[in-house]
Design a protein around this ligand. Structure first.
Ligand SMILES: Nc1ncnc2c1ncn2[C@@H]1O[C@H](COP(=O)(O)OP(=O)(O)O)[C@@H](O)[C@H]1O
Ligand SMILES: [Mg+2]
Length: 254
């Protein structure tokens, strides 16, 4: 049975694409899960850019215009995860029917274990089509009021759509006094915070290297949390390696 999980936020820039590629990579590398990540932020696509895929001949755009099948739009990443990118070209938006996403994604049923949908920000058509195409939603927010308020709105929408809410990922946490705490986020949203990911300078560093942080800096604080989150989503437990094992790993890497 294929699980389809969308990674959603109201506000942009909170970490949806970062989470999508890293949960995908962690599931593929640590848990040998067959995982497919799909760029559903079709008008302002970033997922391919985060992985160094600047041009892909067949994209989700072509699937949504009926010019290609979803199987033809799948690319293999070196981590083992499968990627369905969106086109970076403005002209490839013409004729795209985002509400065809649900039917397109349905064709992945039985062919992969987990599908992660990297949603567009906001409450527009692209976001709604990604939520409608999924069985489960994972919300992402930063520890600040505007992003949290947007989650409250999104929650109401998702509840009306009969899609399961897995909880909230609190991202880019610095543990500063001016941040909203995990308990406060839970009280405000009436949803569980299932993962807290620290702000980590290795996240933008890995973005500039076009590789997921869980692969490039596997023992960085954000990587450890991302791998724990990936494990939790499939009912596993991630055991961080001890200091000696981390040193040996780093030594081998260099
Ligand atoms: N835990 C983190 N620590 C530091 N920077 C982060 C973290 N998560 C995301 N970022 C950075 O924040 C920016 C926005 O992330 P992104 O995943 O593109 O957000 P979204 O997809 O929600 O728009 C990127 O530059 C990314 O590198
Ligand atoms: Mg994004």
């Amino acid at each position: 049975m294929t699980r389809i999980i969308s990674i959603v936020s109201g506000k942009g820039g909170v970490g949806k694409t970062t989470l999508t590629i890293n949960i995908g990579s962690a599931l593929a590398t640590e848990y040998k899960t067959d995982v497919t990540v799909v760029d559903c932020n079709i008008s302002t696509s970033h997922l391919g850019l985060y992985l160094g895929m600047y041009y892909s001949p067949i994209t989700i755009n072509k699937v949504l215009t009926g010019e290609a099948t979803i199987d033809e739009s799948i690319y293999q990443h070196f981590t083992g995860m499968k990627i369905i990118p969106a086109s970076l070209s403005l002209k490839d938006l013409s004729g795209v029917d985002v509400f065809g996403l649900k039917n397109a994604i349905k064709n992945l049923q039985g062919k992969t274990d987990i599908v992660l949908l990297d949603a567009a920000p906001g409450l527009g058509r692209e976001t709604l089509s990604a939520i409608k195409a999924s069985d489960e939603v994972l919300f992402v927010t930063t520890p600040f009021v505007p992003a949290i308020m947007d989650i409250i709105k999104m929650k109401r929408l998702v509840e009306e759509m009969d899609v399961k809410i897995n909880g909230i990922v609190l991202n880019m946490v610095r543990k500063e006094k001016y941040e909203v705490t995990k308990d406060e986020v839970e009280k405000l949203t009436e949803l569980p915070v299932i993962s807290t990911i620290p702000e980590d300078r290795n996240v933008p560093k890995s973005l500039s290297a076009k590789a997921p942080i869980v692969v490039l800096y596997p023992n960085s604080p954000a990587s450890i949390e991302l791998k724990s989150l990936a494990a939790m989503l499939i009912g596993e437990y991630y055991e961080p390696k001890n200091i000696l094992a981390r040193f040996v790993e780093k030594f081998k890497f260099w």
